[in-house]
Ligand binder design. Structure first.
Ligand code: MLC
Ligand code: AMP
Length: 505
């Protein structure tokens, strides 16, 4: 094969007018339309001097055109680097610089703010808006609609996805063609996807879940997707009758259950509902079954590893567990101090190994060595236990991470911003339960002087530098932070004392 990922996911559809994307306006993008568009983008990138192995960053709204850039990168051997649309210019600056991206494609609304960043980094800037128009499309229109696929090996890199880090600095997880392809092949088989499937796609396409799990699985199986710009409850309920499957974060399912239009008759034709990216409460699982008669299939993955475990398709889908290791994925529970494997039934850190596990963090050999063992096992930072039937349960995290509505937030990144504010001596950021987002961010501040911090001014500054989903939903001033005898802040006490901040009736 010239290019395993391109040939397997995309190239085989050349000339095929089968449906790929169903859009809100009732139109359909066929596989061939999609490939032609991708080829035109690939020409633009090649003519601009972007070479195989170079990074191409995108921060654009979800659209068929945005997805075609992913295909164009795979076809031309460029490393695809998608970025959350919520990131501020300050955040984008770090990603462009750290990855030494050769080009950034952004929404024209952000062009002015991002131009100084690409200029400083010596990168090109093109625009692509949600409606498909922009400087990139204008050039693409004049290009041939086929492109000679660039030869790639399975170990060559296909994508960089940045994951936030404990120190506040995000790390670029390097994913190879084989990482993506092997996982897609496993999932199609495990979840029994076919060309008859129509996946309701309401996830963003800048993270593993919406980009690789949903899209690669659909492409490999030959099915189609109802491609929605975002999760909108009314539109999801309207489109469900046309779908066979849906993938979502737990917030999707709690929002659906909160709506009385979400009934058994609306869902009885559905083959499969999948949940992941954050813990699905056993209670949500049970409520879902009571309402629909169907059991959500929960699986567990990460940016660095794609999918690791899944509840079975045919066997028991056990509430509160993430199921069994996927075929080809080894999973063990280890002692954090010694690295020794623990017997089933004991809680420890989850480690995984397999063709799905990434190639390391871009230009961070130290971080890579801390988390990826020489024998190929990746230390996930999640804490879990394996029961007597082999089901894995995630019981916590030994990384200081908050997952809000499926987005990850490392407290350190928010604390660094808060600590810098006038009137703030120090801060501590924790996650507390939230009825909609599962968990949400709360910031605790200690005043540095009599006057104390100006909370409104701080909220504004945080807004300028951090994406909205990372903002503390509440800032609380305390006389001091709780500390243990070693002087370490006891975040567990803050979590406990404020556990009902958002959930008290
Ligand atoms: C939006 N907001 C959030 C938020 N999403 N705040 C905290 N956490 C979030 N996840 C902010 C908005 O900016 C807004 O702020 C306010 O909350 C209310 O917005 P909303 O309209 O209710 O939010 P909505 O647009 O509906 O988005 C919620 C959501 C979305 C859950 C639909 O966040 C989403 O699609 N999440 C999916 C994330 C995902 O794909 N994760 C996969 C990662 S891959 P304000 O202040 O303006 O009111 C991975 C690996 C794996 O983890 O295993 O899959
Ligand atoms: P990310 O870095 O965005 O890829 O997030 C990966 C993290 O999401 C994992 O390390 C887990 O902590 C969490 N996660 C993913 N799926 C699940 C799940 N089904 N249950 C609990 N946590 C999950």
């Amino acid at each position: 094969m010239t290019n395993p990922l391109y040939d397997t996911l995309f190239g085989r559809y050349a000339g095929k007018t089968t449906p790929f994307l169903h859009l809100a306006d009732g139109s359909t993008v066929t596989h061939d339309d999609f490939l032609c568009l991708a080829a035109q983008y690939a020409h633009v990138f090649r003519d601009a001097g972007i070479k195989p192995g170079d990074r191409l960053a995108v921060q654009i709204e979800k659209s068929p055109q945005a997805l075609a850039i992913y295909a164009a990168c795979v076809q031309s051997g460029i490393v695809f680097l998608p970025l959350n649309t919520a990131y501020t210019a300050t955040e984008i600056s770090y990603f462009v610089e750290n990855s030494s991206a050769k080009i950034l494609v952004c929404d024209s609304a952000n062009e002015t703010a991002l131009t100084p960043i690409t200029q400083a980094a010596g990168a090109l800037l093109e625009t692509l808006d949600a409606d498909g128009f922009g400087t990139l499309s204008a050039q693409a229109e004049t290009m041939p609609n086929s492109f000679p696929t660039v030869s790639r090996k399975q170990d060559d890199l296909a994508a960089f996805l940045y994951t936030s880090g404990t120190t506040g600095r995000s790390k670029g997880a390097m994913l190879s063609q084989q990482n993506l392809l092997s996982n897609a092949e496993t999932l199609v088989d495990y979840w029994k996807f076919t060309d008859q499937d129509v996946l309701l796609h309401a996830l963003p396409i800048f993270h593993t879940h919406g980009l690789f799990v949903a899209t690669n699985v659909t492409l490999l199986a030959g099915g189609s997707m109802i491609f929605m710009p975002r999760f909108n409850l009314d539109q999801v309920i309207e489109q469900l009758p046309h779908a066979t499957t849906m993938m979502g974060v737990p917030t999707f399912y709690t929002r659906l259950l909160g709506d009385e239009r979400f009934t058994k008759s609306l869902t009885q034709h559905m083959r499969l509902f999948i949940s992941g990216s954050a813990p699905l409460l056993a209670d949500t699982h049970i409520q879902f079954e009571d309402r629909t008669g169907l059991r959500i299939l929960e699986r567990y993955g990460m940016t660095e590893t794609n999918m690791n475990t899944s509840n079975p398709y045919g066997g028991e889908r056990r509430a509160g567990t993430v199921g069994l290791p996927l075929p080809g994925v080894e999973l063990k529970i280890t002692d954090a101090a010694t690295g020794d494997t623990l017997p089933d039934g004991e809680i420890g850190q989850i480690e995984v190994r397999g063709p799905n596990v990434f190639q390391g963090y871009w230009q961070m050999p130290g971080k890579t060595a801390e988390e990826l063992r020489a024998d190929g096992f990746f230390i996930t930072g999640d804490l879990g236990v394996i029961d007597k039937d082999g089901y894995v349960q995630i019981v916590g995290r030994n990384k200081d991470l908050i997952i809000s509505g499926g987005y990850n937030i490392y407290p350190k990144e928010v604390e660094l911003v808060l600590d810098d504010q006038p009137g703030v001596l120090e801060s501590a950021v924790v996650g507390v339960p939230h009825p909609d987002f599962g968990e949400t961010v709360v910031g605790f501040l200690v005043a540095s002087d009599e006057a104390g911090p100006d909370l409104d001014a701080i909220s504004k500054t945080v807004g300028d530098s951090l994406a909205r989903f990372k903002h503390p939903k509440k800032l609380i001033v305390l006389p001091e932070l709780p500390r243990n005898t070693m002087g370490k802040v006891q975040k567990n006490l803050l979590r406990k004392d404020y556990a009902q901040l958002f959930t008290k009736p």
